[in-house]
Design a protein around this ligand. Structure first.
Ligand code: ADP
Ligand code: MG
Length: 320
């Protein structure tokens, strides 16, 4: 049986020099801040049976646990630097730990984001990561920064993760190849770090957040914090490739209120349209303009002709 310390040494402590001044092994990690930069810090927790199914593939879980955290840094326009990992494990299963750590480090290496510490305990499978990033003071893409007249933009595509769930729950019938493709979106989200950095550089964008609970609910956070309203062109919303082949009502429902998309929703002045498209091009991320920030409170949904739509939607609230 692996002890707690063997487990950390074998799967999480790496024999290579890191950028942290002091990494895993002492009571605290030590990071030396870059002079003149601000720190961005965020935590996200994944709990078995709440955020993923029991028996979920450990490699994908390692990827997703860090991806959802990097997505928060992306939404702020921050550059990832380090993270901690708090793990509750039902057992010290080397096969599970090997897959999990491989998925975790593949993504962490891709983003130059170093594991510097954590905590390990026995308990129901729970993964809590805290990420640290940095950005130029005044350049953070805050939720309270949307301005009347801003365009609303979305990165990538929406709805395939929710469609995969609908397939698993047999709300819709998907052929196995489509289901597998949509499920990939749910299990292996791509945090839009490069886009977030490009949007925060000038800055090009005003407000941003990452869409984890569905666009309507999440955009609502920007509207509330910025004390503005908006109109969304529902038919302009970019559906995931699998969802794009489904019927209109389902497309509208899952692009508006899907969940688990981890795309960015951001606002930018009309005068920055070319700069937003350039940020998308430079970061290799599609960006689509889907609406407008307005002074009148509330969210209005319209179709491609501008005709108001009245759709029954709900976001994802863990306590409802
Ligand atoms: P403490 O006695 O302060 O609780 P621990 O014995 O839990 O410290 O951890 C020993 C070292 O291993 C610390 O540097 C801690 O940050 C690190 N650590 C513990 N669990 C993990 C983990 N899951 N991933 C990375 N580092 C970890
Ligand atoms: Mg401890």
């Amino acid at each position: 049986m692996l002890s707690e310390f063997d487990l950390i040494k074998q799967f999480f402590k790496r024999d290579r020099p890191g950028r942290a001044t002091l990494g895993i092994g002492d009571d605290c990690a030590l990071l030396t801040p870059v002079p003149g930069r601000q720190l961005a810090i965020s935590s996200d927790m994944l709990v078995e049976d709440r955020h993923f199914f029991a028996g979920a593939d450990p490699f994908m879980l390692g990827h997703k646990s860090l991806a959802v955290n990097l997505s928060d840094l992306a939404a702020m326009g921050a550059r990832p630097s380090a993270f901690t990992l708090a793990l509750a494990l039902p057992a010290a299963d080397p096969v599970w730990l090997e897959g999990f750590s491989r998925g975790l480090f593949a993504l962490s290496d891709a983003h130059g984001c170093e594991l510097v510490g954590g905590d390990t305990t026995k308990g129901p499978l729970t993964i809590c990561i805290t990420v640290v990033g940095d950005l130029a003071p005044g350049h953070a893409l805050r939720r309270d920064a949307a301005q009347v007249g801003d365009d609303i933009w979305i990165s990538g595509t929406l709805g395939d993760a929710r469609l995969a769930l609908a397939g698993s729950w047999q709300e819709v019938t998907l052929d196995p190849a489509d289901h597998a493709q949509a499920a990939q979106r749910m299990h292996m989200p791509s945090p839009r770090v490069a886009l977030g950095l490009a949007l925060a550089a000038q800055p090009v964008a005003h407000a941003a957040l990452d869409i984890s609970d569905g666009l309507v609910g999440d955009l609502g956070h920007i509207l509330a914090a910025s004390r503005v309203g908006a109109t969304l062109d529902v038919d302009a919303l970019p559906a995931g490739p699998v969802l794009a082949r489904q019927e209109l009502a389902l497309r509208r429902r899952f692009t508006l209120a899907g969940g688990d998309d981890y795309e960015l929703c951001f606002t930018a002045p009309v005068g920055n349209r070319a700069a937003v498209l350039e940020a998308g091009r430079a970061s290799g991320t599609a960006v689509t303009r889907v609406g407008r920030i307005e002074a009148e409170a509330g969210l209005r949904l319209v179709d491609a002709d501008g005709t108001p739509l009245h759709l029954e939607l709900s976001g994802w609230d863990h306590f409802s």
